[in-house]
Design a protein around this ligand. Sequence first.
Ligand code: GMT
Length: 375
Amino acid sequence: MKIAIVCYPTFGGSGVVATELGLELAHRGHEVHFITYRQPVRLALLNSNVHYHEVNVPEYPLFHYQPYELALSSKLVDMVKLYKIEVLHVHYAIPHAYAGYMAKQMLKEQGIDIPMVTTLHGTDITLVGNHPNYKTAVSFSINHSDVVTAVSQDLKEETYRLFDINKEIHVIPNFIELEKSRNESHIDCQRSVMAQKEERIITHISNFRKVKRIPDVVKIFYKIQQKIPAKLMMVGDGPERVKAEYLCEELGISDKVIFFGNSNEIDSILAYSDLFLLPSETESFGLAALEAMAWSVPVISSNSGGLPEVNEEGVSGYLANVGDIDTMANRAIAILDNNETLAAFKENALTVAKKFDIAQILPQYESLYQNALKS
Ligand code: GMT
């Protein structure tokens, strides 16, 4: 099949999922066209099956806001016609599903009927799309997609609860490419750079937005390190980072916390990690937790959103109510306190991660594409 993928190209989870999906589809012989405003971060090599088309928005002083949707929908029409693309897969409803719908209509006028698959990722529904200023257009674009998918059962239910949706929503969970993630030959970052031999390594990876509850991460670690020698790896960047750096200083633990910023060394850091913290306010799925589990890293997370569908209580880690840092810290200490318990949780984390192996998830997308093409 010839598939166009529209996504955000940045470090966010939805862009990562879209890119990995496209690369694997290409690997399986499909022709994949990424259409976005910058080359996606995980898209290193282009080849005959992987194409990238940049959406350029010309600056014009009259516009207070530059019309990205307009440029995107025009680009989609041109690329579909030029490359004879058969399926349009848009990741993140805003504004991609809306631009995709416009492209579909323009193509229809020219006698081309192309199915559009919209994948909902979380914040497009729970945080942003839900805003009264966007809600009407978001409902419209979801209802006018040919196929709608959500990355967890919880997100599917939230979408039906928050919007007036008359479409079936298929749940296709996020995935991990285990073989690629665990290719240890690429790991060059030394453990000694991060911690002493006797110290446990605790990691958090996110975009450091409010929804991630970054102060909770620091406070949980503060309690852990009072009982167990440990270091905290803070990977990613965003509005809450500086506040977290000040909090570490206030708590007197700055020398035990490393802030990496947006790093390309995620695999190296996870390979040496003993525990992953994700105490988010809400999380439609929690891809970062799954990536950690794929590196045999147990997870302490909140129990909100789709997290219980990924992190299995008492198996791959533990879950607690949002903001319950005492329980999260105590559970973390229980895992880290002795080598046998830690080893068992590490093994289980990997076992649970295997349920989300790309080899099992990708055919679900392929079959949705096939069905959409038939109808
Ligand atoms: O806030 C983020 O983590 C970024 C955001 C995104 O849109 O890239 O992530 C959302 O999509 C990811 C991929 O499907 C999910 O794993 C995240 O749980 C989800 N984030 C939230 O729901 C807060």
